[in-house]
Write a protein of this length. Structure first.
Ligand SMILES: [Zn+2]
Length: 419
């Protein structure tokens, strides 16, 4: 009966009520002056008595982990061996880490738990990283094209003759400090907790029964940072920071689908990042897993069909309306939380922001990060079928030097479904 020992306990342990005994979990003091005073965030399930957070590790992948345990393929008591997993590049600490309002959607100590919470780990607490930092090379055909066209030149450091670019990449899982999230949206913590509980079908009862637990690891996707050039330039006022904040679009980013401008924007952003890095600065690509404006890919594809089948064809003046008809809203990306990553990286000024989205730049400025210059995508990099999206965005007030007229917006520029 070897496999029995790897299964969860036979009786269900409800974490929704703390029980009579004194809690064994360490407190979390968000924004405290030191890491030890802040305390570790413990959401692992190998010893539920130590938990001081709601939810489970790994974002949306927590559900696969639960399935692996249920299927008997993973021990419920497996504790990760963190030998040699420490960051390949030091990041922080920065003053922003110790301000409870600046970072509310990630754990600033998420990459250094083995170091700053070594004592807790030694005492048998299963503290897990929520951030991982590694190094790699990336190679994209558009960067090789840019080298051929003479827009980029190899320097042997950031960009190699082969077209490979050297990057530091950082994976970040969401860790929400509930009072801080509520404050960001101007609602009460109670309203936030109740909304999250009820509209996930009652997935996390502790949201409404355990107001003593202030940290929640939501089952959503996280983000990845690609850093090009010297990370020391991020906090050096004399060196420039270029940045592309990119929200995931699998169809375009990976498969090259031409209905939108996502991949051209991404590769143009990386190109600008490389140029700034080569100019003694640093480039940042923040890749957020928020598919289809965080409405999801099913909604997105439904909207594509609705756009192409509507009377008058696919045109800019009905672009946002069709999205709202299907999803009920135009956008659920909540850019209010996006700037946290800049505070984590210690960035206070972005010299070159490669984006036309005012939603993004406004959110960054509201968070107290200066933006010096906003760089639009050059027209020659926009695919033909994506002209509808570009016109709709410009007309909706996205950053652009030239705003299209009402007449132009009513012209169908997108392909039909079978073209
Ligand atoms: Zn796209």
């Amino acid at each position: 009966m070897e496999h029995r020992r790897n299964q969860p306990q036979r009786h269900i342990v409800l974490t929704s009520h703390p029980g009579g005994s004194r809690p064994r979990h360490p407190p979390v003091k968000w924004g405290a002056a030191t890491a030890v005073e802040r305390g570790p965030v413990i959401a692992s399930l190998s010893d539920v008595g130590h938990r001081n957070a709601i939810g489970a590790h790994a974002g949306s992948y927590a559900v696969y982990r639960a399935l692996a345990v249920a299927a008997g393929q993973l021990s419920a008591y497996h504790v990760p061996d963190l030998t040699n997993t420490s960051p390949a590049q030091a990041i922080g600490p920065h003053p922003q880490w110790f301000d409870p309002d600046k970072i509310v959607s990630m754990d600033p100590f998420g990459h250094v738990v083995s170091e700053v919470f070594a004592e807790h780990l030694d005492r048998g607490m299963d503290v897990r990283p929520t951030i991982a930092v590694t190094k790699a090379r990336i190679k994209m055909p558009e960067l090789v094209d840019a080298m051929r066209a003479g827009r980029l030149k190899a320097d042997g450091s950031v960009l190699l003759e082969s077209g490979d670019a050297r990057v530091t990449k950082v994976a970040i899982e969401p860790v929400w400090y509930l009072p801080g999230i509520a404050k960001r949206f101007g609602i009460t913590e109670h309203e936030l907790r109740r909304g999250l509980f009820e509209h996930t079908g009652g997935m996390f009862p502790e949201l409404v029964t355990r107001h003593d637990l202030k940290v929640f690891l939501p089952p959503i996707n996280g983000q990845t940072v690609y850093l090009l050039g010297d990370p020391a330039a991020l906090t050096d006022p004399d060196r420039k920071v270029a940045c592309r904040v990119h929200d995931e679009c699998n169809g375009s980013d990976v498969f090259g689908s031409d209905i939108c401008t996502c991949r051209p924007y991404l590769t143009h952003g990386i190109e600008e990042c490389i140029r700034t890095a080569q100019d003694n600065g640093v480039g940042l690509v923040i890749y957020n897993r928020k598919e289809g404006r965080a409405l999801g890919e099913v909604t997105k594809f439904l909207v594509y069909n609705a756009r192409k089948r509507q009377p008058g064809g696919d045109r800019a003046d009905a672009y946002f309306e069709r999205t709202e008809c299907v999803a009920g809203v135009q956008d659920m990306r909540f850019q209010e939380l996006m700037p946290d990553v800049f505070h984590w990286l210690g960035v206070t000024r972005i010299d070159r922001m490669v984006s036309m989205s005012n939603m993004k730049s406004d959110a960054i400025r509201r968070a107290g990060v200066e933006i010096v210059e906003q760089i639009p995508i050059p027209d020659e990099l926009i695919p033909d079928d994506a002209k509808v999206e570009m016109d709709a965005k410009k007309a909706a007030g996205y950053f652009t030097p030239v705003v299209p007229t009402a007449e132009e917006l009513g012209v169908a520029k997108g392909r039909g479904l079978t073209d």
